[in-house]
Design a protein around this ligand. Structure first.
Ligand code: ZN
Length: 213
């Protein structure tokens, strides 16, 4: 958000939402995507949209809104299922030939930041669960805001979405931000001895819809 005295606030004089938007073709192991980089006005964080096919004007478009998770997405951590969900989303969009992954930076550990996420891991090693650990640290359980995701989808011309998520609250938050969600598409990932406790907590305390059969 802009702060008083911020140079951009002083000079903008417009209702510009993003300071920069740039895009290019990005070949991936899931085929060719277009990568779009968005920087919200007055912020330093850069978000990404991975776009497959012509999405402008689309209804019921397959979409994943993914929160950055360095350990899971990049390092292959088994403490969570983020990397697997991201991979599954890109693969599903590639198979369908059309869709968007909005990749939100600054969402580490449901919004507490990377260092705090690792502090929470220390507490989880001592027996706390993912929700208790945040609370022990005096931090909120979930501070993620989906406003920017809705604006990015709007900018791409997307009308309504089928959201790939196990989290019904994310559907509601996106809808509240003005991006109608017509359907939830479950994201199935493997349970491992490392992430089963984390996944159960997400189901029991955060309302995620997971199948442990
Ligand atoms: Zn993760």
């Amino acid at each position: 958000m802009n702060k008083p005295g911020d140079k951009k606030t002083a000079t903008a004089g417009s209702d510009k939402i993003f300071d920069h938007i740039v895009s290019s073709v990005l070949p991936t192991k899931h085929g060719e995507f277009h990568i779009h980089v968005y920087q919200p006005s007055g912020e330093t964080v850069e978000h990404v949209a991975m776009v497959k096919g012509d999405v402008s004007g689309q209804e019921s478009l397959l979409v994943r809104v993914h929160s950055e998770c360095l350990t899971g997405d990049v390092m292959g951590s088994l403490r969570c299922d983020c990397g697997e969900q991201l991979d599954a989303a890109l693969a599903k969009i590639a198979a369908e030939g059309k869709g968007v992954v909005v990749y939100l930076r600054g969402h580490e550990g449901r919004g507490i930041g990377l260092a705090n996420k690792i502090r929470a891991y220390q507490l989880q090693d001592q027996g706390r669960d993912t929700v208790e650990a945040n609370l022990d640290l005096g931090l909120p359980v979930d501070t993620r805001d989906y406003q920017v995701a809705a604006r990015i989808l709007e900018h791409l011309g997307v009308k309504t979405i089928r959201l790939m998520t196990n989290n019904p609250k994310k559907m509601k938050k996106l809808a509240d931000c003005g991006m109608p969600v017509v359907e939830r598409v479950p994201v199935l990932t493997a349970h491992t001895p490392h992430n089963i406790g984390y996944l159960r907590t997400k189901q029991e305390k955060l309302g995620h819809m997971l199948d442990f059969e």
